[in-house]
Design a protein around this ligand. Sequence first.
Ligand code: PXG
Length: 465
Amino acid sequence: MKDITNHLPTAELQALDAAHHMHPFTAGAALAAKGARVITAASGVTLTDSEGNQILDAMAGLWCVNIGYGRDDLAEAAARQMRQLPYYNTFFQTTHVPAIALAAKLAELAPGDLNHVFFASGGSDANDTNVRLVRHYWAAKGKPEKKVIISRKNAYHGSTMAGASLGGMSGMHAQGGLPIPDIVHIDQPHWYAEGGDMTPEEFGLARARQLEQKIAELGEDRVAAFIAEPIQGAGGVIIPPETYWPEIQRICDAHEILLIADEVICGFGRTGNWFGSQTFDIRPDIMTIAKGLSSGYAPIGGSVVCDEVATVVAEAGEFNHGYTYSGHPVSAAVALENLRILEEEKIVEHARDVAAPYLKAKWEALADHPLVGEAKICGMMGSIALTPDKASRAAFKNGPGQIGLICRDHCFGNNLVMRHVGDRMIIAPPLVLQPSDIDTLIERAIRSLDQTHDKARAEGLLVPA
Ligand code: PXG
């Protein structure tokens, strides 16, 4: 077979891709007919594709490249570790320095008494760990029936059997026999779409109190944990009303329910603090981490666990759980180097004090666009809702996703990666974004919104549901 390199013509790469590569969350036949965009290189906040386009990546890859692309120090850290010790496991009473150092560093960074780390390869398998861990914890405390986990509709917690079951995506539950038993879902705190005539504050309380109602319905002695993202990411960057999290915290405390904060997207600076739990004053018993932990340079995730849960599990004998790559030395070394850079270069502070305030002012002004019903942002994750009727927050008559997709395609055409979730447009750019990048981002976003508006109007699509 001939070498497959960046130098092959795009069409040839696309044909090979279509013939052999199955893409995640993709309609395979439709993509094969169209051809995937081939990304060949990246630097800072900019991607290069096989046609030479320079694209501003306002999604930081898949919400993960927090420190930006092209950092040699991370490449060096990986190469150094590969030469020193490319692999060893952490089973059978062995350990190694990268896993030790990373666990200790995470214990230092994580809030409260979250002092213990169980490593995984990403966020999905870390959430699988969480399901087994919390059930095992309650069983070890003599309460084996305390095993139901409450989650939320339209949550995203991964793609494994447990991760997708915890998630509340109906399209995922419809495939492959999900959810697994003893996982239940309450409604999401999505005021714009579901809040009706309530104020956001009333609605936040009402949605939080569904947790208390669900606990009462199931019986407190059956509920192990509640899991939630501080801000729903894949669901459409849904920032909950201010009343929501304090009430959730009160309910978990009052009913002896473990609180799992899924920080896979919100962690490592995304919301302007190290963790989303700090931004919303949440005191989780367990945090799920991945993505920004290594800025996506190497696959790694994990569960950061509080003293009480870790101690009970440690004293309960063997926890029959683990992955070949739990604490993989190369991934751990890359993650450590990433955390060093985030700290030493004060990138979280840059996001909080420089990039986020500048971006917020410009992002929120998008709400003035005729196609935009709301524009919300927290730290470095934002969303706008597209609507045919601003006053009523109406959805589009043709159903969700049509206008969002048109807008996403215009963004691509304008060299901007801005995603759509239904008819919400979302961004989560690298934290190292500078004000001049933000000007470019907003300029391209407005151009894309204008083009979408023109097309939707011309085709008679601006009809409220
Ligand atoms: N929890 C959260 C909150 C996530 O956002 C996972 C867990 C799973 O992590 P892994 O590393 O197993 O993928 C995620 C991942 C999207 C999209 O379309 C989002 C994610 C993954 C794939 C697509 O926005 N988030």
